[in-house]
Unconditional design. Structure first.
Length: 253
């Protein structure tokens, strides 16, 4: 199952090393283009059929590679390869298959290629894997802390200082133990798998709670549990009957 790969990278030495690693891991890999800039990447993806995989450095000579995704549809799986770890969450918001730090380890690149092959096999006959299929295949990046931008200020929030996460319409917020709501660009579905499982639990579609925020629990109708939170939540925090047994196991540790 041959793979067509595009490399978006402005350092010639990094391109040579990536070509070498790809050839060692899979002699059938064909590098169809290496593109050193945002401008050239945008032009290439507009004019060519999507490859099976694109490898993107984050910082290019003429800007940030996320600008490419704003300008053109990159209709293929993407692996970001960079020396900077602060872009990981942003990378996964564009459905990156993986996010590897330089210098790239052979086994990490091999694992990313294996995930890509699995996606292609699932889609049948080795067809082009689509970026919307990637969420289930990509690794989950645990969150160590949250950087919240408020105007021109950036606030750092540690998970242990968060009472719960909640959604309102299509927006997501974290509420600190002091009762302050701060906006997030992440969905609850994604956060559920990024938080320490021993401290956080997904009560329902609207809430992920920290154990520390649970003040009281009350029996509710149809085997459900009502959770009283501190700081208070405006609506009833109800654990569904389907989640109640799992919730009780989580409480017991």
């Amino acid at each position: 199952m041959n793979l067509r790969v595009t490399i978006v990278e402005d350092e010639p030495a990094a391109v040579r090393r990536m070509r070498k690693l790809l050839a060692e891991l899979d002699p059938g890999v064909e590098v169809v283009a290496d593109l050193p800039s945002v401008e050239q990447a945008v032009a290439w993806f507009k004019q060519h059929e999507p490859p099976d995989l694109a490898l993107f450095d984050v910082r290019l000579a003429d800007g940030n590679s996320f600008e490419v995704f704003s300008a053109v549809d990159v209709a293929c799986p993407v692996v970001f390869i960079t020396a900077f770890d602060e872009f990981a969450l942003k990378a996964f918001r564009v459905n990156a298959l993986d996010y590897l730090l330089k210098p790239v380890k052979r086994e990490e690149l091999a694992a990313a290629l294996d995930r890509l092959r699995h996606l292609r096999t699932v889609r049948g006959l080795g067809g082009l894997a689509k970026r919307e299929d990637i969420a289930a295949e990509r690794p989950t990046v645990p969150v160590k802390r949250f950087l919240i931008r408020i105007g021109d200020r950036i606030r750092v929030v540690e998970p242990q200082d968060i009472a719960y996460f909640h959604s309102h319409r299509k927006d997501t917020y974290l509420r600190t133990l002091e009762g302050k709501d701060l906006p997030l660009d992440e969905s609850l579905d994604r956060l559920e798998h990024q938080l320490p499982a021993d401290r956080f639990f997904r009560l329902n579609r609207q809430l992920i709670v920290n154990f520390r925020s649970i003040q009281e629990m009350l029996a509710y109708s149809k085997s459900r549990v009502k959770v009283v939170l501190q700081p208070p939540f405006a609506e009833d925090a109800i654990v569904s009957s389907e989640r109640s047994a799992e919730f009780k196991r989580w409480l017991a540790g």
